[in-house]
Design a protein. Structure first.
Length: 397
């Protein structure tokens, strides 16, 4: 089993909080993580119909069975439990009493905000990071931005990793990613979407997700997206929220430091897993990706998703943004740190060209020549050029 960086974070949290929640997409490894990190905890899955029925019909009796610490898997299946857990931990706030997992953030977060505010440590487990796959220690965001990876680094081209994706089961069992992702997506449509949203036409919703994939890395235009799918603006907004809450996509918000300029207010659309993104784009192997029109967007998504995982794995979801003004000067990624914004540009090419620095040069003319800047590209050598940290993709971990 490949060790998960989040393990240390949740073990530390379980010594300080009575409730620890691990959210994340289905099949990201939440159950395996919790059971391996807390082998002495009793484990109950609310996916089991008998356990779920017991929890729904008699929550007090269900929780009364446990006289010690317990893992409640897929806890959002019985959301009323959270109010009863609140009462229990108020009477006995022993740390690590309840460990909750959930793959449906929209329900779990709502109930936690109502019942367990101040009593719960929220964490998120995403699919593997590149650092986890190479068995490296968990980097902090400052480490990622200042010097990146150290040996070992991932073998193969970035296109291989992007197409394969990072879901644990694919790597643990050596499965064919296209076949596994096809089944995963179908299960997502038929189970999560049908169960928890009022999506009457699953075929239209599936088409909507594919249209989102075609717009990955671009500015989000809900009206255009809805028109192309044949649904209303409100439906497109609701469906996008479903995708975001179930950890399929995330939005890269615009950075609003103005520099006396007019800036775009639209978010960028990103996918949590590039394997799913490539599958939705019907890219089945690295050779196809290398010559595909979406190559640059997939590379950008890969780099941004790695930054997101680094923050989540140390329990500090990072402040990630993009920046673009009305003249289309742009920065692909702004990481807002305690020391100020750090600008990151991504280029999928293997050879660094002079125009790769255009956006960063404009940014630094506004933010100051001392403003930190990084260029991540598809080549293999890292160095400093034009006062910019030029980073090979392998060193962005």
């Amino acid at each position: 089993m490949i060790p998960r960086h989040l393990a240390a974070t949740i073990q530390r949290a379980a010594t300080r909080y009575p409730v620890v929640s691990v959210n994340g997409p289905r099949q990201s490894g939440k159950t395996t993580l919790l059971r391996s990190a807390f082998p002495q905890h009793r484990y109950v899955s609310l996916e089991a119909p008998d356990e779920r029925t017991f929890a729904l019909e008699d929550p007090r009796g269900f929780l009364g069975r446990f006289d010690g610490p317990v893992i409640l898997d897929e806890a959002q299946r019985a959301p009323d439990l959270f109010s009863y857990i609140q009462t229990i931990v108020d009477d006995d706030p022993a740390p690590g009493r309840f460990l909750l997992s959930g793959s449906r953030n929209f329900l779990l977060m709502q109930k936690i905000s109502q019942s367990l505010a101040g009593r719960v440590r929220l964490t998120c487990l995403l699919p593997f990071s590149l650092a986890e796959l190479t068995r490296r220690d968990a980097p902090a965001m400052a480490e990622l931005l200042t010097h990146g990876a150290r040996d070992p680094v991932p073998a193969g081209a970035w296109t291989d990793h992007a197409v394969r994706g990072f879901y644990p089961r694919i790597h643990d069992l050596g499965l064919d990613p296209s076949e596994w992702l096809a089944q995963y997506f179908q299960t997502y449509l038929e189970r999560d979407v049908r169960d928890l949203t009022q999506v009457g036409d699953l075929e239209a919703f599936g088409r909507f997700v594919r249209l989102c994939a075609g717009r990955a890395g671009g500015l989000l235009n809900l009206s255009s997206l809805g028109n192309d799918c044949g649904v209303s603006h409100d439906t497109a907004r609701r469906w996008l929220s479903v995708l975001e809450a179930s950890f399929v996509i995330f939005r890269l918000r615009p950075y609003h430091r103005r520099f006396n300029k007019r800036l775009t207010k639209r978010a960028k659309l990103c996918f949590v897993d590039t394997g799913m993104l490539c599958w939705l784009l019907r890219i089945r192997n690295a050779d196809q990706l290398a010559s595909h029109a979406a190559r640059g967007a997939v590379f950008e998504n890969l780099v941004v998703a790695e930054a997101l995982k680094v923050g989540c794995n140390v329990g500090e979801p990072p402040d990630l943004y993009h920046w673009r003004d009305q003249r289309d000067n742009e920065i692909d990624l702004i990481v807002d740190t305690p020391d100020g914004p750090h600008a990151v540009e991504m280029k999928s090419g293997e050879t660094v060209a002079g125009d790769f620095f255009k956006g960063l040069a404009h940014w630094r003319s506004l933010a100051g020549r001392s403003a930190p800047a990084t260029l991540v590209y598809g080549g293999g050598e890292s160095y400093v050029r034009n006062e910019v940290d030029v980073r090979a993709w392998r060193d962005w971990m």
